[in-house]
Design a protein around this ligand. Structure first.
Ligand code: EPU
Length: 420
């Protein structure tokens, strides 16, 4: 049976308690693997999560000429020569981060061609920021049938303004700018921790970047990058999912390796909901319930605001908060696929425009629900853990793409969850 047909079966209603460590960040690891295309030498990445998206990205790089070895949580990439600059559509469509091969291919060979990438159906996900950046660096961008083609006889540094602080857009343009001749300034860049990590990785490979983690990134181009060994940061979205599962179940969950300064917005909201949160760099983040949760309002916005990738899990926790809670989604226009699934568990939840309103506290009851994308799947798992009785979550191939050991981690926190 394929993982898409498998299900998680959750016996809900138990408070989650205990301490776990999360895997390396899915998204940051995907960016780091793409960076392997930028050097002929070996890039060794550690703390890479064992998830399906990493295997897909590795496979894509192999098609382009890289040797990629995966050994547990270590990934070694070497790309002595790029042998293909136009990856097959089928592979690019498997994940959104596949489009990150464009920047490195352009920088290293002067050309790249690929279809718009796949990924979760959570809204219109344009690519204009990527193309504005490539054009400003001197590349020609054109459309050929279903493909986007970028070409350049030599990239030159530029002052680039992004209309929107796109995460993948910033990383892609950074990949091209590090090997461009001269100085590049990216204004309105994405400051997400995963983007900042990508910049630190590039610096470890010999790039010259400052301002990472802020909206203005400065790059002095270099002629070539070299190999490096680099550890991927912990996954703040996995950590947030387990902390919210703890909140929804009236539990006490500690994520020992969570990085508190990556998660300020969630910590603030957990405190507003009435949880006690201890957070420090040495011992991670612990969120302890103090009786019933209180309703809160959340705006899902770019970092350091509340992460859109924690919105569906937050909405699940809000079903257990007294009063009217609201999530205003300001990143994606189709993030709310999870809402109907939460209703099947008894949630009182309505959508209107960009907002989701949740009336709590509701006694959820187990049912059969579906993971419709990674975070929608995490949302129904959180709700299933809080629900009385048995919840079956179908479509868990989505969860496999983003969570290395969801069952094991939740079991370590005392949850009753099986994979069937
Ligand atoms: N946008 C533009 N123009 C662009 C690109 C994006 O206006 O050229 C807008 C989109 O319309 C969208 C918003 O920007 O409303 C967010 O898009 P962004 O480009 O920032 O997202 P992404 O880079 O495609 C990454 C993560 C997502 C995460 C977002 C936002 C990966 C592979 N994906 O996507 O992660 O939601 O940043 O933080 O890194 C997930 O892990 O579940 C996930 C979906």
């Amino acid at each position: 049976m394929s993982s898409v047909e498998q299900a998680y079966v959750i016996g809900g209603g138990r408070p989650l308690q205990g301490t776990v460590e999360v895997s390396g960040s899915k998204n940051a690891a995907l960016y780091a693997i793409a960076a392997g295309l930028l050097t002929a030498e070996t890039l060794t990445l550690t703390n890479v999560p064992r998830i399906a998206d990493i295997d897909e990205m590795a496979e894509l790089l192999r098609v382009l000429g890289s040797h990629v070895e995966i050994e547990g949580e270590t990934v070694r990439i070497s790309t002595p020569e790029i042998t293909c600059t136009a990856p097959p559509a089928e592979q690019v469509l498997r994940l959104r981060a596949s489009f990150l091969v464009m920047g490195p291919l352009l920088a290293r060979t002067g050309e790249a061609e690929c279809v718009p990438p796949g990924g979760d159906v959570i809204g219109s996900r344009p690519l204009d920021v990527h193309f504005v950046g490539f054009r400003m660096l001197g590349a020609e961008v054109s459309r050929h049938g279903a493909n986007w083609r970028v070409q350049s006889a030599g990239l030159r540094g530029a002052r680039i303004f992004f209309d929107y602080p796109s995460v993948l857009g910033t990383v892609n343009v950074l990949f091209a700018a590090v090997l461009a001749e001269g100085h590049t300034t990216i204004l309105n860049a994405a400051p997400e921790p995963e983007v900042a990590m990508a910049a630190r990785l590039l610096n470890a490979m010999g790039a010259c970047i400052t301002g990472e983690g802020t909206p203005t990134i400065e790059v002095d181009g270099v002629a070539a990058l070299h190999g490096a060994e680099f550890e991927v940061i912990p996954d703040r979205l996995e950590a947030g999912t387990y902390l919210l599962a703890g909140a929804a179940t009236g539990g006490d969950v500690c994520i020992a390796n969570a990085v508190p300064h990556h998660m300020d917005s969630l910590i603030a909201k957990l405190r507003d909901m009435g949880m006690t949160v201890h957070a420090d760099a040495a011992s991670g983040i612990r969120a302890t319930s103090n009786g019933p949760l209180q309703a809160v309002q959340v705006q899902a916005v770019p970092y350091p605001g509340f992460a859109t990738d924690l919105h569906p899990q937050m909405a699940a926790a809000m079903t257990q908060a007294h009063g009217l809670s609201l999530v205003h989604e300001r990143v994606y226009d189709n993030r709310t696929l999870y809402v109907n699934e939460l209703r099947k568990l008894g949630a009182r939840i309505v959508t209107g425009g960009d907002s989701v309103i949740i009336e709590g506290r509701t006694q959820l009851t187990g049912s059969v629900v579906r993971a419709l994308d990674i975070r929608a799947g995490a949302s129904v798992v959180v709700a299933g853990l809080a629900a009385e009785g048995e919840t079956t979550v179908l479509g868990i191939g989505h969860l496999d793409r983003g969570y290395a050991d969801l069952k094991g981690q939740l079991q370590a926190l005392g949850a009753q969850i099986e994979r069937r």
